[in-house]
Design a protein around this ligand. Structure first.
Ligand SMILES: [Zn+2]
Length: 154
């Protein structure tokens, strides 16, 4: 798999990532923002499953009892449009296609999940950047899970 290799390259400062390394980063699991949300929910007493492949979009978190799926989106990969959403200057056509595909896939996934009766929470990475905003994000997520609203984006 070579993941150890990627880790050590990430640590080396200013080593540009190759395209395949960046692509692997898209699919990385257990990223830090995800861990923040997971721990927060667990502390609140929610129990969940991770990365359920049998659900559309393989949601990061699935809170069974409430029928809620949670996606923790990287702002760069999912093109949030916030200040974390930069665009690589080289290979711009490749990246444009890649980003468009990601965004379209997100829309389709959310639509499919709603059709199947799941409630969808989308958490953007930038809402977890510091402790204070992470706390607010978790409060809003907790309130959403216990509500009967269909979706939320934080
Ligand atoms: Zn963002």
């Amino acid at each position: 798999m070579g993941t150890g290799k990627i880790k050590s390259r990430k640590l080396a400062k200013k080593t540009p990532l190759t395209r395949s390394q960046m692509m692997q980063a898209v699919h990385s699991k257990n990223t830090k923002p995800e861990v923040i949300v997971r721990r927060g929910l667990f502390k609140q007493g929610f129990r969940y499953r991770l990365h359920r492949r049998d659900l559309p979009g393989t949601p990061d978190i699935f809170v069974l009892k409430y029928g809620v799926v949670v996606f923790i989106n990287g702002c760069f990969w999912h093109q949030h449009g916030c200040k974390l959403t930069s665009r690589p200057k080289s290979n711009s056509e490749f990246w444009d296609n890649k980003f468009t595909n990601n965004v379209v896939r997100d829309i389709k996934t959310n639509w499919q999940l709603s059709l199947e009766g799941y409630r969808v929470a989308t958490i953007w990475e930038c809402s977890l950047l510091n402790e204070e905003s992470a706390k607010r994000t978790l409060e809003r997520l907790t309130a959403f899970i216990q509500s009967d609203e269909e979706s939320i984006e934080i």
